[in-house]
Design a protein around this ligand. Structure first.
Ligand code: MN
Length: 420
């Protein structure tokens, strides 16, 4: 990870709102996304976030097309050059006159899905999430025997990945309702969210090729927020022996901004310190670099706005840095059998939970499988999500001597089940 002048604490932008200490998008961030004017049917265009504005990439002669897949494929050198060009253009007061026409207030735009993923895999890398959720179903053996040997994952559906702001329809499915002995088909009653990050795959690989852990981060274009909406009742009935299926594939929300690994360089952290007696990771999942700074310290929050209130309520906050497996280990493992990755593919980290109860990244954990209602506002409690509730994920990085950067939001509102 390389620090350069784009990370300087002293760097300011001629876009005034980018210098506000509370913004997610100072000039040290420069996350990539796609936008169009709100209410238009224009083709989406590539942009970066800067303060409360978007800056069209045409301003630095870097047009992308309606998704960032081609930019993802271009590789680390291109991403870094573009970042440096944008940093120079948006910090040089003499350029303000010529470049202002490439800015649009965020309140005037619609942000699209930044990449069109061909594949989506979801991992299970947080020890605390695995422990909390495993304990509910297997009190004597919360972790499966493979957890500490490899980053467990399942194949999700790319077809239902949606942009932030898309409404989420409560799914129907087979589930065994409390007190019933046999399953019935109907709306999920245990609808949940999962606080995750999405790694956006860069150049990717051909069939048969592997990515050694030392090069794995060259294949990560950047990081988004990801909400893996989950129907726990459907999941509980269907997940054995092949893993989750329809309980997850009805929708997955991505945030609009891809925060690059270059922007995240000041916020790297050591990989998880394994417990006494844990097996060491096998050689193909080990590197010196990964030990020292394989993790990223991103503080993640989940907020609910209950349908009957207008005030958002914070459900949890946790750092991604407490996950057992790192992004590089996920990429190395995923390709270790020769399975190709393609530009724009999404690798979900799995639910991110920390060691404390208020750090749990799902209602399954926060409400102890629905047995302990949470107070989420005046005379309002929740065990799982209700129709009309809005769930929002946020992410922010802070480190001494560096400008804080943020991820924006991944949000979605629950709609009642489709009438049939
Ligand atoms: Mn998940």
């Amino acid at each position: 990870m390389m620090l350069d002048h784009t990370h300087d604490l002293a760097l300011k932008s001629w876009v005034g709102s980018a210098n506000n200490p509370t913004t997610d998008f100072p000039i040290q961030n420069l996350p990539f996304g796609v936008y169009r004017l709100r209410g238009s049917h224009d083709v989406y265009r590539g942009c970066v976030a800067i303060g409360d504005k978007v800056f069209d990439l045409a301003g630095v002669d870097a047009e992308t097309g309606p998704t960032l897949n081609a930019l993802a494929a271009a590789g680390r050198g291109t991403w870094r050059d573009l970042r440096r060009q944008l940093s120079a253009a948006l910090s040089d007061d003499n350029k303000a006159g010529a470049l202002s026409k490439f800015l649009t207030p965020m309140t005037h735009v619609e942000l699209g899905l930044p990449v069109m993923p061909r594949d989506y895999s979801d991992f299970f890398t947080s020890y605390y999430h695995a422990y909390n959720s495993g304990r509910m179903f297997r009190p004597n053996a919360p972790l499966t025997p493979n957890f500490k040997w490899l980053p467990i994952a399942y194949h999700g559906r790319a077809s239902s990945i949606v942009a932030s702001g898309t409404n989420i329809r409560r799914p129907r499915g087979q589930r065994v309702l409390p007190g019933d002995e046999a399953p019935t088909f109907g709306p999920s009653i245990w609808l949940d969210y999962e606080v995750e990050l999405g790694l956006v795959v860069g150049p990717g690989t051909d069939l048969g090729a592997t990515i050694p852990i030392e090069n794995a981060e060259d294949h990560i274009f950047g990081v988004t927020l990801l909400n893996d909406w989950s129907a726990r009742d459907i999941q509980g009935w269907e997940y054995q022996p092949l893993g989750p299926f329809l309980s997850k594939s009805f929708a997955t929300t991505l945030s609009p901004w891809i925060v690059t690994l270059d922007a995240l360089a000041p916020f790297r952290a050591p990989s998880f310190e394994r417990f006494e007696g844990d097996p060491p990771a096998l050689a193909h999942l080990t590197s010196a670099q990964n030990e020292v700074q394989g993790q990223i310290d991103i503080n993640l929050e989940a907020w609910i706005t209950p349908f009957n209130l207008h005030t958002p309520h914070k459900l949890s906050a946790a750092s991604y840095a407490s996950s057992y497996w790192t992004p590089a280990q996920m990429v190395a493992h995923h390709t270790s059998n020769g399975c190709p990755l393609n530009p724009g593919d999404i690798l979900g980290t799995g639910t991110i939970s920390g060691p404390e109860l208020g750090e749990a990244g799902s209602l399954l954990e926060l409400s102890q499988a629905g047995t302990t209602p949470l107070i989420v506002g005046t005379r309002t409690t929740r065990t799982f999500l209700e129709d009309g509730d809005t769930l929002t994920l946020k992410g922010r990085c802070t480190a001494a001597g560096h400008t804080p950067i943020g991820f924006g939001e991944a949000t979605g509102k629950i709609l009642p089940p489709q009438k049939i």
